[in-house]
Design a protein around this ligand. Structure first.
Ligand SMILES: Cc1ncc(COP(=O)(O)O)c(C=O)c1O
Length: 339
């Protein structure tokens, strides 16, 4: 694609050639169909529209120096989507169907996979929603599964740059026994007031606390939180956060580099004891955190005082990104090559 400036692409939507779709009707999924339309024809009473009966996923494919396209840990996304489907009572997409859709849509849009070294990647967005008509609150009897792709630019255009975050006590994203552990649209709608409040106040994102006690860290907008101290990687355990695949991977990498790891409740006060903190997720891999502000408690927690990301954070970041683009061997078995 000679006219795409890969390096300056945003994390946004860019039209590609094809998407793939399947419809669940009368208890079974249709054969995967290829579409070149960016639109769907949707019933005005679809449960996905009215009752938020929908779930999505987000993962990436990376072009290696060897010209091979690498897909990162798709099995985990497939598993998470099964959980989300069960969480809002939708038809299930099997791992096999998920894989077939992913491989097909990548193969069909090969020319949109950004070149090695550009920092850009191919973002893959599987979407599942209730497309059947209902007026009462109940699961639909028809579902639609779509996977589209879009090339996205490097998250940090001038190298990894620490960001500032704001603790949000005014809004909750998810309740402990609610749907926070699923990747369903309603959680994202619920998070927007807090995210916009943080942006308006000049912060990169919001940090959600546990909704019940407001004592523990939940997550950072659409990313998990971690802190590092005494050679230990600490990340929150909570019933209301999305289990980040990036976080799971960083935990394994940290262990392989000789760090200890802990997944447990992290109190707000503990923020003062970390040497480094960061937010992790597919979009940025890691956003190191420079400063966390807690306006209601008049507290500021500072890291990377020299404006640079911490050394341990960068070790983890470099190792994971090297595996993703094939610069280092995939000793964990996380990569699927797209032929
Ligand atoms: C709420 C939320 N938390 C965490 C993450 C990070 O998860 P992953 O590393 O699987 O992208 C995401 C993004 O998918 C998210 O939306």
């Amino acid at each position: 694609m000679e006219n795409i400036d890969w390096g300056s692409l945003p994390f946004g939507y860019l039209k590609t050639d094809f998407n793939v779709r399947s419809v669940y009707k009368n208890g079974k999924w249709s054969k995967l169909e290829v579409s070149s339309s960016e639109y769907i024809d949707i019933h005005i009473a679809a449960t996905g529209l009215h009752y938020g009966q929908e779930a999505f996923e987000g993962l990436k494919a990376y072009m290696g120096k060897d010209g091979k396209i690498r897909l990162f840990r798709w099995e985990e996304n497939a598993k998470r989507m099964l959980g989300s489907a069960e969480g809002v009572k939708m038809a299930q997409v099997s791992a096999e169907m998920f894989r077939e859709a992913l491989l097909k849509v990548i193969q069909l849009n090969k020319k949109f996979v950004p070149p090695y070294g550009s920092g850009a990647t191919l973002y893959i967005r599987p979407l599942l929603y209730g497309s059947g008509a209902e007026v009462g609150v109940k699961p639909a009897s028809e579902y639609t599964f779509i996977v589209f792709v879009t090339p996205v630019g490097p998250y940090f255009k001038d190298g990894v740059k620490p960001v500032n975050m704001m603790i949000c006590r005014d809004f909750d994203r998810a309740a402990p026994l609610g749907t926070g552990i699923y990747k369903v649209g309603g959680n994202y709608a619920a998070s927007m007031r807090a995210i916009m409040a943080a942006h308006t106040a000049g912060y990169s994102n919001t940090i959600f606390l546990d909704a019940k006690e407001k004592k523990y860290i939940d997550e950072c907008g659409p990313a998990n939180f971690f802190g590092i101290k005494n050679n230990t990687y600490v990340t929150p355990k909570s019933e209301s956060i999305l289990n980040s695949i990036t976080n799971m991977s960083l935990i394994e990498i940290a262990q392989s580099l000789g760090m200890k790891t802990e997944r447990r409740q992290v109190s707000v006060e503990e923020l003062g004891t970390f040497e480094e903190t960061g937010a992790c997720g597919t979009a940025a891999v890691i956003s190191p955190i420079a400063k966390i502000v807690d306006p209601e408690k008049n507290k500021i927690y500072e890291y990377c005082k020299d404006g640079k990301p911490g050394a341990e954070t960068m070790k983890l970041y470099k190792k994971l990104t090297a595996i993703q683009c094939g610069d280092e061997p995939d000793t964990f078995g996380w990569i699927t090559i797209v032929e």
